[in-house]
Design a protein around this ligand. Sequence first.
Ligand code: ADP
Length: 509
Amino acid sequence: MKRSITTRMLVVSGVLVLTSVAVFALLVHASVEQRSSARLAFRSQEAIASGNKLEKLVIDLETGVRGFVASGGRNTFLQPWTQARRQYPTEAATLARLVRDHPDQMRLAADIKSSIDDYVNLYSLPMIALARERPDVAKSVIVNGTGKDRVAGIRSQFTRLFGAERSLVTARETRAESRSRTAITLGITGLAFAIVAVILLGLYLARSIVRPVRRVAAGAERVAGGDLSARVPDARADELGDLGRAFNTMAASLEESRDEIDRRTQELERSNRELAQYAAVTSHDLKEPLQTVSLFAQLFERRYKGRLDPQADQYIDSIISGTEHMRTLIRDLLEYSRVGRGEVRRETVDGELLFQKVLDNLDASISERCAEVTRDSLPAVEGDPNQLGQLLQNLVSNGLKFNAEGAPRVHVSATSEKGFVLFSVADNGIGIDEEHAHKIFEPFARVGERYEGTGIGLAICHKIVERHGGRIWVESRPGSGSTFMFTVPAASGRRSAPPAAPEKAPTPA
Ligand code: ADP
């Protein structure tokens, strides 16, 4: 049978309960016995007292008869006899009741009663009658008569009754005392047993339950701390064994999953690396032939533009702008793959200096479009200064570019929360509809052909933010401008997780 903790606890509790009940029952029994022995001893004392009274009545009977006879039949001397004769049956009955639980004593009491009856009926009554009729004869009879012997006989019966009753008192008192000693001994033994049992139970609990549970808790702590190799003893055939086995199965399956995730991550990293490398190599290799095509297109333009028909001029323009576009595309692609490679530098970057650099780089474009680029105070952040600069520059320049009418206005602000800085780049441009807002962070994603570009800028932003452990999203409505938001680590302070993007907004990173 499986030895479960529940069964063991039930058995131990059962033994404890049974022992307590047994000790309690013995205690009750001993104290009841002690009480009844004490009551019997008390009854014996009452029996002796009642015997004494009865003996006194016998003496009164004898005294009364003698006085009556000696006085020559004067009634006043008969008074003690008359009273004693009236009282002794009641007293004899009391005595018989008090000695009823001891057969020998009961018999003796009955003998005493019948001896008194005999004395009264067979001796004293005839003697009184004789004293009335023939006082002198009565006097001589009483001197030699059997009255004295009869009374002496009754009194010796009393002596025997008292002796036996006294030894009963002693025996009963001794028994009462021994019962009380037994009760005390049993009480102390029971208490000692209960204390020892509780201590043993405590030790058992500590050794067999608390210790293994602590081991499992320590194992759980190790697992929580990332050490998935933690295992606990699981050989027991009880609930703690089940717990240990369940824990070990869980840890083993977690370890397996982690190994699988590690393996997949490594595979993914390798394939990403290969892809980036491939993109870089391809883009780099494309540069050469493009350069040749571009060179010959320019030569062709220089030599033949305006000399052939207008259609040919248009073709030449298309070739040149196509090669230009391809050059930017290759440049952007190279930039995109460069951003995704290597470790991210972790430096403290002054937010306001970063903004100033962006302004300097975009100076020409700002003046050309009569744009206004403003900022609130910007905190320091932690990361790669070049990449963060590029991130902010891409967003500000998009804010300048995607503007249909009037002077573009771009405002940069930032708030710090939970170790991250949340940047907003808000513009008064054309805005983006909800359908496209989800896609624009993917490479080559563009909305419309009206504005020049390759669709790589926001993909680069996405990658930079992702590699800094932050998030990027946009809030916008067509015609009402756009606000691009992203989070990057603050320069100092503890981080838990980057602040979440709002529910409805796209959260590509
Ligand atoms: P590019 O600027 O080369 O087109 P981006 O990746 O920077 O590529 O942007 C992708 C697309 O997102 C753009 O084509 C444009 O439609 C949209 N977009 C980006 N920034 C803004 C903005 N500030 N306002 C409106 N649309 C924008």
